[in-house]
Design a protein around this ligand. Structure first.
Ligand code: SF4
Ligand code: SF4
Length: 312
């Protein structure tokens, strides 16, 4: 049931707040892109999310770092540091990177229309996107994404170079931006301007649920996000309409792009798939969801997807 259908006053008061969080998310992503563009224009060499740094202080994305070392069959200090930093970030902030830094969700909004997003939501409701079964301890979405991560690393081992980096939508988004900047600055018309956006459209429109179920970077972060205890969405059972009054409210689940059902065991996402986007809280008609600095011990939601439903 959508929030509006619960009969509660959702939204006049909460709309400005919802807008604020969305604007803040968009602003951080645009800020990352702006830093990249400035870096290209001024040739600072700052790089993108796939590979960035200044001078000797450099880092690459954790999956790229793993692939680099596997391809070279060597342990390198900088990629290793990049991996450790990514692990620490995942433990401290879960998969917040996916909602607050990564340009892919914003890119998806640009390349899909409302009809496609509605069709996806309908498929999700009918359970067509993914089996609800997952490997024990990995979650349902995590199972498929970790499969893609395994394939990315295995192909690197076989072919001797980071194959996945060629098709990673994060890298493609920055590569497209790079080509656009070169077009604007030097009138350079290159084939990248067609090929990269076409690959992005294929991955985000045809494969549809890239971020939650296929992205190996998200899968890597999700592995360590299960140890995250800060800013975890937490339900106040006394306020939640479903737990307090038995109302068939599903607004938080319906709003979650990771298909996490915080109340019942009905989503394909596990809690460690949470990207801290705040959409669930912003759609809750009872303001029952908060993001405490420290997750309470007796949290309403267990980490694993085979959690016991709170209510039926
Ligand atoms: S549970 Fe809430 S904060 Fe987490 S991904 Fe889903 S909608 Fe976003
Ligand atoms: S937390 Fe409870 S009241 Fe709020 S949207 Fe979810 S099910 Fe509805």
């Amino acid at each position: 049931m959508k929030a509006e259908e619960t009969g509660e006053k959702t939204s006049v008061a909460s709309r400005p707040r919802r807008r604020r969080i969305r604007v803040a998310r968009t602003a951080t992503v645009l800020g990352v892109l702006a830093v990249y563009v400035v870096g290209v224009v001024l040739s600072t060499g700052l790089g993108s999310l796939s590979a960035f740094g200044i001078g000797d202080i450099a880092a690459v994305c954790p999956v790229g770092a793993l692939e680099t070392m596997i391809a070279g069959r060597i342990v390198l200090p900088l990629p290793l540091i990049a991996i450790v930093l990514a692990v620490l970030a995942a433990v401290c902030f879960g998969r917040a990177f996916c909602s607050w830094v990564c340009p892919v969700p914003l890119t998806r909004k640009l390349v899909t229309n409302k009809r496609e997003r509605d069709a996806f939501a309908a498929d999700r409701k009918k359970g067509r996107l993914l089996s609800k079964r997952g490997w024990p301890g990995l979650g349902r979405n995590g199972t498929s994404a970790l499969g893609v991560l395994g394939v990315a690393l295995a192909t690197t081992l076989v072919f001797g170079f980071p194959v996945f980096c060629l098709v990673c939508p994060i890298g493609l988004a920055f590569a497209t931006l790079f080509a656009l900047v070169r077009l604007a600055m030097f009138n350079e018309l290159v084939v990248d301007l067609v090929v990269f956006p076409a690959l992005i459209v294929f991955e985000l429109v045809v494969l549809r649920k890239w971020c939650a179920t296929l992205c190996p970077v998200g899968a890597f972060l999700g592995l360590f996000a299960r140890f995250n205890r800060t800013l975890v969405p937490t339900i106040d059972e006394e306020k939640c309409l479903a737990t307090a009054t038995g109302t068939a409210c599903d607004a938080c689940h319906a709003a979650c792009s990771s298909d996490i059902d915080l109340v019942r065991d009905a989503g394909t996402g596990a809690l460690h798939d949470c990207t801290k986007c705040h959409e669930c809280a912003d759609h809750c008609p009872a303001s029952a969801i908060t993001f405490p600095w420290r997750r309470p011990k007796a949290s309403a939601v267990a980490d694993e997807p085979d959690r016991t439903p709170l209510s039926s």
